[in-house]
Design a protein around this ligand. Sequence first.
Ligand code: FE2
Ligand code: FE2
Length: 186
Amino acid sequence: MTKKSSETSRSQNALELLKSDHEQVKKLFSKFEKLDKEDEDAKRELVEQICNQLTVHAEIEEELFYPALRDVLDEQDILDEAQVEHDMAKQLIGDLESMEPDEDLYDAKVTVLGEYVKHHVEEEEKEVFAKAKKAQLDLDTIGADMLERKQELMGEMGMDTGEEEMPDTQHIKQKSSKKPARHPRA
Ligand SMILES: [Fe+2]
Ligand SMILES: [Fe+2]
């Protein structure tokens, strides 16, 4: 029997959303570990996915989650450290984005990025999330805002937003087909 919980399944609070991002990217890193390193196309594709996901994730944290926490925490060290860790990860992401998969330090950079991310995620989930819970942030609203921003960024970056698409969709930036709402004249 499947349980229906239409309200809770539709929206994740901020911590649930971030945690599921963490799980997803961790899976991608372990996929990389097992990947045939000679298969350059597979490597390129997977690393692009990792870099894109991390970029979007860092962005929604920096735009929405960290500032909300900064507002309510006296002690800012933990968020300063998280920001420095993001910056270090971004440096590696930038390197990887400009590299070819057959270059010497490519695999090592992916591995080290994975280690940074693992460490960062552990601290985030243990310490930052605990503070967020204690601070009684409005995690539902922040979660909804982050989800909206996440989808927007993924769209801008041409990423698969998880909705089923035609397999032959071309890699052409598509503008939203939403028509602007017309207001009937009064
Ligand atoms: Fe995170
Ligand atoms: Fe983070």
